[in-house]
Design a protein around this ligand. Structure first.
Ligand code: UDP
Ligand code: MG
Length: 316
């Protein structure tokens, strides 16, 4: 199969039929394709619409979640099912245009990119959303070293093996390019895409997306670096703190003994502020060390090795 189009949706009954018909106009006769509608626990008539679309068209496939698990879960499920050599994700609200499909397909197949991310250069969203978005994209660029203008665009195209080897959980759909890069897919680029104002329904994400988004960015940059070696992070900070604390305490002790020996008047050890600093450093330091050790045990017993092998020779 050439192409899988994955559409996560939550309460989008009004736009589904229009979207699927538009996709059909673009793709029919051109590709062997499937449209995978992942209903993220909608409470409106979305699933009825999907069932009737699936009856009409054999290339419409649908999955429905028991409840609303979030866009990442919907995408991840779609990625698990997709069979096309190229996988394109797109929002259900008609803000992304199916007319972009042929060019995205061409960039993956003929120009050899692993991932092409849409860039809504001209956005049709309220200012309260576009300004925080700029900040969010800037921070993600700095943190990940991937120079995309618009990480969170719903319209993206992937090689099949990219979607099969990444795990999108929680709210991590905002960082799929970052996850893909850390998996080793480096041919990542962007393409300017048209963006329409939302035609029906309402946005499913409020302003809290930016707060959570930044926390997720911290998680992901930490996890990607230290998930498989937590002791390197906790252990090094912990050991450093404990050591500073220890030498500080040692200094205080030596100084006290020196004063006693030569009968120099000195304050009580417990009256020195350095004593408390040393104590705190040693306690926190050994706690961090312990945290690192526990994290190491957990990662050892739960993590599988998921290295990606690109090629082999004389091996099957
Ligand atoms: N969506 C989803 N599950 C959710 C929230 C959103 O599947 O919990 C879908 C939604 O139906 C749409 C896409 O994700 O197809 C993008 O959502 P939305 O258009 O509300 O986001 P915005 O365009 O405001 O960023
Ligand atoms: Mg939208």
């Amino acid at each position: 199969m050439d192409l899988s189009i994955v559409v996560p949706l939550y309460n989008e009954e009004e736009s589904l039929r229009e979207l699927v018909e538009w996709i059909a106009r673009v793709c029919q006769g051109r590709y062997e394709f499937e449209v995978l509608l992942v209903d993220d626990g909608s409470r409106d008539k979305s699933w009825e619409v999907i069932e009737s679309l699936a009856q009409q068209h054999p290339w419409v496939l649908g999955v429905k979640f028991l409840r609303n698990y979030g866009k990442s879960a919907a995408l991840n499920t779609g990625f698990g099912i997709a069979k096309g050599n190229v996988v394109i994700t797109m929002d259900a609200d008609l803000q992304d245009s199916p007319d972009e499909i042929p060019e995205l397909y061409d960039m993956i197949i003929n120009q050899g990119f692993d991932l092409v991310s849409g860039w809504k250069r001209k956005r049709h969203d309220p200012l309260s959303k576009t300004i925080p978005t700029k900040l969010f994209n800037w921070a993600t660029r700095k943190m990940s070293g991937i120079y995309l203008h618009d990480f969170n665009c719903g319209l993206k195209a992937y090689k099949l093996k990219v979607v099969k080897s990444i795990d999108v959980y929680g709210e991590m759909h905002r960082y799929i390019p970052v996850i893909a890069k850390w998996q080793g897919f480096s041919k990542i680029t962007e393409k300017v895409v048209a963006h329409q104002p939302r035609k029906y329904g309402v946005t499913k994400f409020g302003l809290e997306r930016f707060v959570f988004g930044f926390l997720d960015l911290m998680t992901i940059s930490f996890v990607s670096r230290f998930m498989k070696r937590p002791m390197h992070f906790f252990g090094s900070i912990g050991a450093l703190m404990t050591m500073i604390g220890f030498f500080l305490a040692l200094g205080i002790g030596i100084n006290k003994i020196y004063c006693l020996y030569y009968h120099v008047p000195a304050i009580l050890v417990v009256k020195s502020p350095f004593f408390y600093i040393a104590l705190t450093l040693m306690i926190i330091g050994s706690q961090l060390f312990l945290a690192g050790f526990l994290a190491e045990l957990i990662s050892r017993s739960t993590l599988k090795n998921d290295y990606l092998i690109e090629d082999k020779v004389n091996l099957n």
